[in-house]
Ligand binder design. Structure first.
Ligand code: GCO
Length: 256
């Protein structure tokens, strides 16, 4: 077997929410595997800064700042890629937010914001990418970022959990409709990862102890530890994998 199976040379990957955190780590990993990467964030400055960082590391990058929850902005973003002759061969729907509050206290606007960002955006962007992959007839890769909460719930994160549960079955819906066009749609489910979004949890001694006790690996995950699964699902090595979720969680979901 040749490692060429895992090469992304000649491919272009769009990673949403990739100005920092898990998205930037996966973008760097795909770039190191040979892909040109399109970084996305809501802030132009933040997205450009991340692009500069990867460009300094010698990678081919393109900035595409847009609001993933805005239908018109998504269409305009893909229109600009079309105009620039840039085709998306690999899409990682990573953009996501967290909002922790008991449901009885939750404002419907907060529920909608989380679901729109974490779930609906994957549909909106996945649809645009798939339309072009199908029209080109060259297939493609779609990787949605799920979560432990795609399988189990934790109190106070209901909108996030509902959205990530939806991501698991949206991934299967994408596989059901698009596999025949050579598009492999799969997901990665990160465990408790050391990111800005989880900083409040990491700084809480009780929660930190719970994560370390509940995770067989006895530690938080590192963003770069998602790269292996991302490169696998983005590469020809996964051409017969569809509708699956790979959990990169230190074993948390595997044990009681
Ligand atoms: C939380 C965390 C989790 C993790 C991750 C686990 O509040 O419990 O933010 O949601 O970030 O999603 O897979």
């Amino acid at each position: 077997m040749s490692l060429a199976l895992f090469s992304l040379a000649g491919r272009t990957a769009l990673i949403t929410g990739s100005a920092r955190g898990l998205g930037l780590a996966m973008a760097r990993g795909l770039a190191e595997a040979g892909a040109a990467v399109i970084l996305n964030g809501t802030s132009v400055d933040g997205t450009n800064a991340a692009c500069e960082k990867l460009a300094e590391e010698g990678h081919k990058v393109h900035a595409l700042a847009f609001d993933v929850t805005d239908d018109a902005a998504v269409l305009a973003a893909f229109g600009s890629l079309d105009t620039d002759g840039i085709q998306v061969d690999i899409l990682i729907n990573n953009a996501g937010i967290q909002f922790r509050k008991p449901m009885v206290d939750l404002d419907p606007a907060d529920w909608r914001r989380v679901v729109e960002t974490n779930l609906t955006s994957a549909f909106l962007i996945g649809r645009e990418a798939a339309r072009r992959m199908i029209a080109r007839g060259s297939g493609g890769k779609i990787i949605n970022i799920a979560s432990l909460t795609s399988e189990v719930a934790r109190a106070t994160v209901a909108p996030y959990t509902a959205a990530k549960g939806g991501i698991k079955l949206l991934t299967r819906s994408m596989a059901a409709e698009w596999a025949e066009y050579g598009i492999q749609a799969n997901a990665i489910g990160p465990g408790y990862m050391a990111t800005d979004m989880n900083q409040a949890l990491m700084s809480d001694p009780k929660f930190d102890a719970w994560v370390k006790g509940r995770t067989p690996a006895r530690r938080w995950g590192l963003p770069e530890e998602l790269v292996g699964a991302a490169v696998f699902l983005a590469s020809p090595a996964s051409n017969y994998v569809n509708g699956q979720v790979i959990y990169v969680d230190g074993g948390m979901l595997a044990v009681l």
